[in-house]
Design a protein around this ligand. Sequence first.
Ligand code: C2O
Ligand code: CU
Ligand code: CU
Length: 546
Amino acid sequence: MNPISRRKFLKSLTALGAAAGAPFAFAVRHGGATAAEAAAIEKEAAAFANPLRLPGASGLYGVMRASDLRELRVLRTEVEILPGKRTPYLAYAAEAGGKRFLNPALLAKRGEEIRVRMVNRLQEPTIIHWHGLGNDARNDGNGLYLAEPGKAYEYAFKLQDRASMYFYHPHPHGYIPGQVYHGLASLLFVEDEEEAALRRSLDLALGETEIPLVLQDRNFDAQGRLEYKISREEMFQGFVGGRLLVNLADRPFLSATRRIYRFRILNGSNARTYQLAFLQGGRKLGHYLVGTDGGLLAAPQRVEQAFISPAQRLDLLLDLREANEGRPVTLATLAFDPMHAEGAGGDSMAGMDHGKMGAQQMPAAPMQGMTMEGEPRALLRIDLKSSPAYPRKVPATLSMLPAAKAPSGTPRRIKLAHDGKGKWTINGQTYDAGKNALTVQRGASESWLIENDRASMPHPMHIHGFQFRVLERNGSPAQVRTLAGARGLLPQDLGFTDTVNVWPGESVRVAFDFSHLYSGDQDYVFHCHNLEHAELGMMIRYRVKT
Ligand code: C2O
Ligand code: CU
Ligand code: CU
């Protein structure tokens, strides 16, 4: 089903649901779940029977110290995702201390040095990009340098970055969505004193009470192989998979006790956005947003739900003492309007015949095992086991985060639109690997006004080389505005970020500080992290000039 019709489908169901009082209405509603919607999600979660995969001492997502890393081999392997099935998979393989790791979750301290040799054992070029880190261009892995099949690439860089959960994934333009989809991506945790203080004060342990959650949507064939068949119109929308996986577990559950848990969530999907909430007994459970892409906020923000776009991270504290004993809590994605080609009429989807895609062609109920974007669904069931003595409280302050301030001068304008021929554009341009579309001065403070067309889609815009601040949002759609505070800002706009979602019709003003330690011109990219959009050319090169 293509997303335009999905959207009509959602709208028609809203009308139906209101008329017939259907218990599972996919209401496109601002503010999220009704009790009935929540209850339906929780009911779905009750059947989840696969244990959540947790980062362990070795194997897939095994935790290793980045300082022990010598070599990452990019190779083809197999993993078990659907119970009892072997799924061919691409992974980063490493060895340390006699243990083998696949897509290791790397741990490092701020200031530490990473030296690693990437060996490409694939049949196509690849390169690792360290998403969110402020590396020099050579160590950024932005695709301007590649490792051809059989070749290696040496990285050597010092982690200057704030403590946060970063991630690494391939960045060879022309191959990015496919390589990521088939498995290449994992986490990098950078730690510092503030981070350690939070863990101490809440008695958190990675993999036990501090749990990374990687959200990915995938399609499988009958043999359990990943399917990535994508039509041109799906490229234009971005790939949306029918199954929602968490840490490569399908319909997972986690056993927890009634204390504070930390969930560090990465949206590792190619193009799907989620609206996350914790549900119990038909209600949303309030929780705390403590960090974003670029690390801890100054202070925790009480939230009930939050959007998370591809590549974004949310660092959440959930106090399960606020939950009722004896019934599970469900991490869900709530109903929302994915706003694909919003208000486009006929012109945004070149060559597509809207007249033939009426809601009447849609199935009357969601297909088994298929989940559309914006459809409310359970992601993870959390079973509550016991109530240990746990006298700790969410700290009032988290980090020494400077207030975001607007640089003087008129903002640089960045316009997001499409060219009417099936490609998304940044200031009217598509990717040209041979040319810098934009130059900034090293050390400059700049504000950018990123304006998304009304007849557009949400574009999670990501910059390499720097974390930035969000100053204000204007023109946000109602489902976003309802979650926003002063200057239209969302709670997750209060920290450092490397990816900001810009909804159709929205203009988002952001502030950059282009200071870094590297002399000599450094070339990076700025792109949409809807990976299919980037692949179609929604990416520009930019230069930091010394
Ligand atoms: Cu995570 Cu250029 O990307
Ligand atoms: Cu990046
Ligand atoms: Cu996009």
